[in-house]
Design a protein around this ligand. Structure first.
Ligand code: FE2
Length: 374
């Protein structure tokens, strides 16, 4: 008999205002210099970067800013180079999934040589632990603060690749729902459905266990019941906290379960088109559920009930309706995908997460599914 196992070495601090603990948490590691990794504008505009730097004054913070959406190999290499050059002994990621992934990758690469490209998709093994890494998510969705992976885009090959290791779990995650209050509506919706997709894919996937199921059922409930409220009323702290809790819980299970076809296809699309990861998942999810339905009908029925339906078959329609309500696009053509792109998207979907999808997918099946989403 196979036993359920679950591992999360990350120390997670959750709650409104816990961002104020950043300085205190860093002090525990006694670093001489810290590297703060963040995105292009949001953290600067909202003053959060300033707040972080203020808390870190005595650790001579160096800031790497400008991480783009769907971050590239070049960005990761530049950040890792800075970490080595400034002799940082701790890395902080502040922002959405992209800055967190770049910071996570830079923290491990700082103790290795070469480019991140050498290590992507397990090409070369990562041999030792990285610098301590503190994740401070400012969106509720990606779950990167709880995972041991970073998703990096290879712009030459036009595919997303994964850097993954047990050494890459963040040392600490400061999960403060108040940081999400300034999220634009689009980011709230896209990240929220990314979180829902993590929970749903983890729930039905081949590596799901009783432990991860319990967590993912709660994660789905929290995100589903509160996302539209958080979207309509950005300053609804109760809804923001519930969505962030759901996103964090879903993220905690990813390292144990993986995700599924929706993420595999979304990553393939994201490698070719510079589109939002969350919105792509939200758009594909009803079609993937429909495609997988026969392989996990019982579990989809449980989820259908959680989201107000009666039967497993209700689920695709309910998800589609909810994503549309938050203004997310419902057709791949609206993201710039054409019929002629579908074969290449399907071809590059058979990596990573696809292996744990409940239905054994075929290339032809994925093309048919994509046609439905076009
Ligand atoms: Fe995701």
């Amino acid at each position: 008999m196979a036993y359920a196992e679950f591992r999360l070495p990350t120390q997670t601090v959750f709650g409104r205002g816990c961002f104020k603990q950043l300085g205190e948490q860093v002090t525990r590691f006694n670093p001489r210099r810290v590297l703060v990794v963040t995105g292009r504008k949001a953290m600067q505009r909202t003053g959060k970067l300033f707040d972080a730097v203020q808390q870190l004054r005595k650790f001579h913070p160096v800031v790497f800013e400008g991480v783009e959406e769907n971050p590239s190999i070049e960005t990761v290499d530049e950040c890792a180079h800075l970490a080595r050059e400034c002799k940082a002994d701790l890395v902080i990621g502040l922002g959405g999934g992209s800055p967190l992934d770049v910071a996570k990758a830079a923290a491990i690469l700082a103790t290795h040589t070469g480019s991140v490209l050498d290590y992507l998709d397990g090409r070369r093994p990562l041999k030792r632990s990285g610098l301590p890494f503190i994740a401070v998510p400012t969106t509720a969705g990606t779950g990167s603060e709880a995972t041991k992976a970073a998703v990096i885009t290879d712009r030459c090959a036009r595919v997303k690749k994964v850097l993954k290791s047990d050494w890459m779990f963040p040392s600490v995650a400061l999960v403060d729902p108040l940081l999400t209050v300034s999220c634009p509506k689009f980011v709230t919706a896209a990240a929220g459905f990314d979180a829902f997709t993590h929970a749903l894919e983890g729930y039905v996937c081949l590596k799901a266990t009783k432990l991860t199921d319990a967590i993912n059922e709660r994660a789905m409930e929290l995100v589903w019941d509160n996302l539209s409220r958080a979207w309509r009323r950005p300053r609804d702290f109760v809804a923001r906290e519930a969505v962030m809790l759901g996103a964090n819980l879903a993220g905690m299970t990813i390292a144990s379960t993986g995700v599924g076809a929706c993420h595999a296809v979304a990553h393939s699309i994201g490698g070719k088109f510079n589109v939002s990861h969350g919105e792509t998942n939200a758009l594909l999810l009803p079609h993937v559920v429909d495609y997988n339905l026969g392989a996990a009908r019982k579990k989809y029925a449980v989820v259908a009930e959680l989201v107000g339906g009666k039967h497993a078959n209700d689920l695709p329609r309910l998800i589609g309706r909810a994503t549309k309500k938050t203004g997310l696009r419902a057709h791949l053509s609206e993201l710039g995908v054409a019929q002629t792109d579908l074969a290449a998207i399907a071809r590059d979907s058979f990596r990573g997460s696809m292996a744990v999808n409940p239905r054994k997918a075929t290339r032809a099946g994925i093309v048919r599914m994509l046609k439905g989403a076009l």
